[in-house]
Design a protein around this ligand. Structure first.
Ligand SMILES: O=P(O)(O)OC[C@H]1O[C@H](O[C@H]2O[C@H](CO)[C@@H](O)[C@H](O)[C@H]2O)[C@H](O)[C@@H](O)[C@@H]1O
Length: 264
């Protein structure tokens, strides 16, 4: 057969469908796992300035109820910060990139998967932040973050200074994660993926198929484990490796979550 049109090479991202609810397990078989910054919430100039759009908390509560409690936030933020953002509503959560976890949102019981950040390390990182008032040091207890969204020119100096600290403190087990205008310092050995694995060992999450949405480099450990868990993963703002589809922006994620509730 004569072929009139030479097929164009199709870029990987064009092969991916926009997320559809048809790919999802039914809500009563699903563990809903959601990243916060850049996924549920739009990015803000500083960590404290994020805003929960009207109605989002109600959508999350309704999904949580429909999933018999199996909805958790999976974040680099501390549990305390997550609660501050969504107050007065509380959710099950993995916090601090896997360093903390709370299965039951109605209790204060959180399991801690890592020691508090080393004091000497903290002081050295604080000294980096002191170089420029626009660099913010976020202390999450089990993890730290150096934010340079207000001082983008400082990015290279921050990473170089952190490398020097790593060489100076070889006995302190920490890892460096590049985030969005942030250099994250977290305990070695815990990741969002280790947190998700642990979460899925407990009711009401146990035995369910996970659905995870995330946007960042720090979410890639979770994208990577989804196939083994028979899960579904979506990224936001980019086509991350191994995901089933991606959203353009957090507003699309919020709309899609709301539509999931009213699906026929
Ligand atoms: O895992 P996430 O829930 O996505 O959290 C990742 C980090 O988010 C926060 O920082 C980022 O969001 C800020 C607010 O939009 C923004 O100002 C900053 O530049 C971003 O890096 C949070 O402060 C970190 O602790 C989280 O690890």
């Amino acid at each position: 057969m004569k072929q009139d049109v030479v097929p164009q090479r199709i870029a990987d991202h064009e092969l991916l469908r926009a997320p559809t609810h048809d790919d999802l397990p039914p809500l009563d078989h699903c563990a809903i796992l959601l990243d916060i910054d850049g996924t549920l919430l739009d990015l803000a100039p500083t960590p404290h300035e994020v805003v929960v759009p009207p109605g989002l908390d109600q959508v999350l509560i309704a999904l949580q109820q429909r999933a018999s409690g199996a909805l958790a936030l999976v974040s680099g933020r501390s549990l305390a910060d997550i609660d501050r953002i969504f107050a007065p509503v509380r959710f099950a959560a993995v916090g601090g990139h896997g360093a903390e976890m709370r299965i039951n949102p109605d209790t204060d019981v959180a399991s801690v998967q890592a020691p508090p950040i080393n004091e000497q390390l903290k002081q050295r990182l604080a000294a980096i932040a002191a170089l420029d008032p626009r660099i913010l040091l976020e202390d999450k207890g089990y993890a730290l973050a150096l934010h340079y969204r207000q001082a983008p020119h400082a990015e290279r100096a921050i990473y170089e200074a952190v490398s020097v600290i790593r060489a100076d403190l070889p006995s302190v087990p920490f890892e460096v994660l590049p985030g969005k205008a942030v250099c994250e310092i977290k305990p070695a050995g815990v990741t969002k993926a280790s947190g998700v694995h642990e979460l899925l060992r407990h009711p009401p999450f146990r035995g369910r198929r996970p659905m995870f949405i995330g946007d960042d480099v720090t979410d890639e450990t979770v994208f990577a484990i989804m196939p083994d868990l028979r899960g579904v993963a979506y990224s936001v703002g980019r086509h991350a490796t191994g995901v089933n589809g991606f959203f353009a922006a957090p507003c699309d994620v919020r709309r899609w979550l709301a539509q999931w509730l009213v699906r026929p």
